[in-house]
Design a protein around this ligand. Sequence first.
Ligand code: ADP
Ligand code: MG
Length: 342
Amino acid sequence: MATDGPQPAKKIKLQHNSLRQNALFGMGNPLLDICAVVDKDFLDKFEELVKKFKVEYYAGGSTQNSVKVAQWMIQQPHKVATFFGCIGKDKFGDILKKKAEEAHVDAHYYEQNEQPTGTCAACITGDNRSLVANLAAANCYNKERHLDQKENWQLVEKAKVYYIAGFFITVSTESILKVANHVSENNKILGLNLSAPFISQFFKEDLMKIIPYVDILFGNETEAATFAREQGFETEDIKEIAKKAQSLPKVNEKRQRVIVFTQGKEDTIMATADNVTTFPVIDIKQDEIVDTNGAGDAFVGGFLSQLVHDQPLEKCIQAGHYAANVIIRRSGCTFPEAPDFH
Ligand code: ADP
Ligand code: MG
C-alpha cells in the first residue's frame, strides 16, 4: 500500500468518521407526543384520548426533537447526539427509551417514581392543532441526582456542541448554568432557543442569567419580538433585534455570539458581530405542507448537524432549512430513512 497520504475520497470518509460519539449534547423536557385525530368536543376530555381515538406516539419535546433530527442528518456514527431529561418508570417512559434507541440518540434519562412521563397531546381537527403539554416527570429533572453524577457528567464533557431549548429554563436553570459554565470555560459552543414568548416574559430573570453564556441564540419571529419588548430594545425590526441581541454581554469573549431567527416561510435572519444576513427558505407549495409543528426544532437539528462537523454558518442554515422542509411535509417531527443533503 502507498503511504503517501489518503486519496481525496478517502479523506472525506476519514473526516466523516472523525465525528465522535456524544459530540452533540442536548438537555430538555422529554415528552411523548400523542397525536390523535379527534372531533371538536373532545379537546376537553384529554384523559380518554388514548382509549377512544386512533393515536400515534412520537418521542417528542423540543430539545429531543432537535437532537434527533441532528442525529438523522449525521447518520454515522450512531450516538453522536446525547440527550438528558427526566421520565417516569412507566409505559410511556419505555416508549420514549425505545424511540430514542431507534433514532440512535444516546439518551440517558433520569428515571424517577414520583411523576409519570410527560406528554404532549396534539389533537387534530381539520387544519387545527391544539397542543396540551403536561410536563409531569420532565419537570423533575434533578441536577444532583443526574447531571452531577460522575458517569453522566463525563458524557457532558465529551461534547463540543451543546443545545438546550428555552423550555428547560422552567425546569432546571441550575443544570443549564452548570453546563453553560463548562462550555464557556472550555471555549465550546452553547446553543439556546427562545422557545416561546412566555419564556422571555415570565422567566426573564433566569433567561438573562443564561444569555451571557449563549454562543448561538435561536428563535422565531414572535419569540424575537417578545424578547425585544421585554428587554426594552425599542425596535420591532427583526434585523435590529438580532443586532441588539448579538451585542448583549458575553462571558466567553473569545467567541462572538450569533443570532439566528427563523420566520416561517420568510427569510431566516443571521446576525454575527460583523453583519446581519438574510437567507431564503426552501420554496414549498403551501398545500404540500402537512404539519408545521416542530419546524423550528427541525431547523435547529439540521443546523446543529453541520455545526458539529465544523461547517460554516451558511451551511448550517442551509441544512436547517433542508431539515425543516422535510419535516413540514410529514405529520409530527418525523423523517424518512435517510436525508438527501450535501
Ligand atoms: P417555529 O416552528 O419555531 O415557529 P418557523 O415557523 O420559523 O419555526 O419555521 C422554521 C423553518 O421551517 C423555517 O425557517 C422554514 O425553513 C421552515 N418553514 C416553516 N414554515 C414554513 C412555510 N410555511 N413555508 C416554507 N417553509 C417553512
Ligand atoms: Mg412559526
